[in-house]
Design a binder for this molecule. Structure first.
Ligand code: 9D3
Length: 235
């Protein structure tokens, strides 16, 4: 059972997104728990204010440290040990599959999502263990990135994917992109399904799929192909 806690000003955005589809079913089956904590609930301001102008001037607002710290303290009081706290930020290490694998081992994970111009540095220094970005493009907040990470991590939790597809021949697992897939009908817009897939010759099918993976990786992800070649024989 993996537990994800998301500290955010938009809890319904995160819950609506994640409770749909495969992740929602995994929650219902008891493989995962997902809890969005509304940082605003921890404001002690009479207007439930959670942000203020930046010291030193500049555009926009900065999220204040106290509500975030109180929300964090309230979360960790029930935990056996201090959890990893992942701050979603464009200034973090870029998320990738190996990171997802590492994080899937953690029983509890806390995601801190910022909005506005950012979060007061002092609370980050106090509670954050990992700074993570999902890529070099500008979004409006950390909620979508947290959802992306939770989706990627959740599918690695035993039982979440009940098919036996979970490890083996996926993209990134063996360092190559996946081969093309076909299903019925055998002819579509005059295009035939490759004969080898209808042959029943499993060794030939395996070889063909590997060749297709290599061809596709060279064409579409030369960066992954370079890495694959360099690692051949190793690992
Ligand atoms: C002050 C605005 N910024 C200068 C361009 C910096 C900025 C801060 C916060 C830009 C975007 C955001 C909101 N994005 C995230 O919180 C975020 C994010 C992203 O934008 N891209 C990739 N990964 C992530 S993780 C969190």
């Amino acid at each position: 059972m993996n537990r994800f806690h998301i500290l955010t000003l938009f809890p319904e955005m995160v819950m609506d997104g994640l409770n749909t589809s495969i992740i929602g079913r995994a929650v219902e089956a008891g493989h995962l728990k997902i809890q969005a904590v509304n940082i605003r609930d921890y404001s002690q301001n009479k207007h439930m204010k959670v942000d203020d102008y930046p010291y030193g001037g500049g555009a926009g607002l900065v999220m204040q440290p106290e509500p975030i710290y109180r929300a964090y303290e309230d979360l960790v009081k029930d935990m056996k040990k201090k959890p990893r706290v992942i701050y979603m930020t464009p200034q973090g290490r870029v998320f990738h599959q190996d990171m997802a694998k590492e994080l899937a081992k953690e029983e509890e994970l806390v995601f801190l999502c910022g909005h506005y111009e950012g979060i007061d540095e002092r609370v980050l220094e106090e509670i954050v263990t990992d700074y993570v970005s999902i890529g070099d493009y500008v979004l409006t907040g950390g909620e979508l990135p947290a959802m992306v990470m939770i989706d990627a991590i959740s599918r690695l939790v035993p039982g979440v994917l009940h098919n036996d597809d979970s490890a083996g021949d996926e993209s990134f697992e063996n360092g190559l992109l996946e081969y093309p897939q076909y299903t019925r009908p055998p002819v579509f817009l005059d295009k035939k399904v490759p004969d080898v897939l209808l042959s029943g010759h499993h060794e030939n099918i395996r070889k063909w799929r590997h060749e297709q993976s290599v061809k596709r990786t060279k064409e579409r992800r030369p960066d992954l192909w370079k890495e694959y070649e360099e690692n051949e024989g190793k690992e």
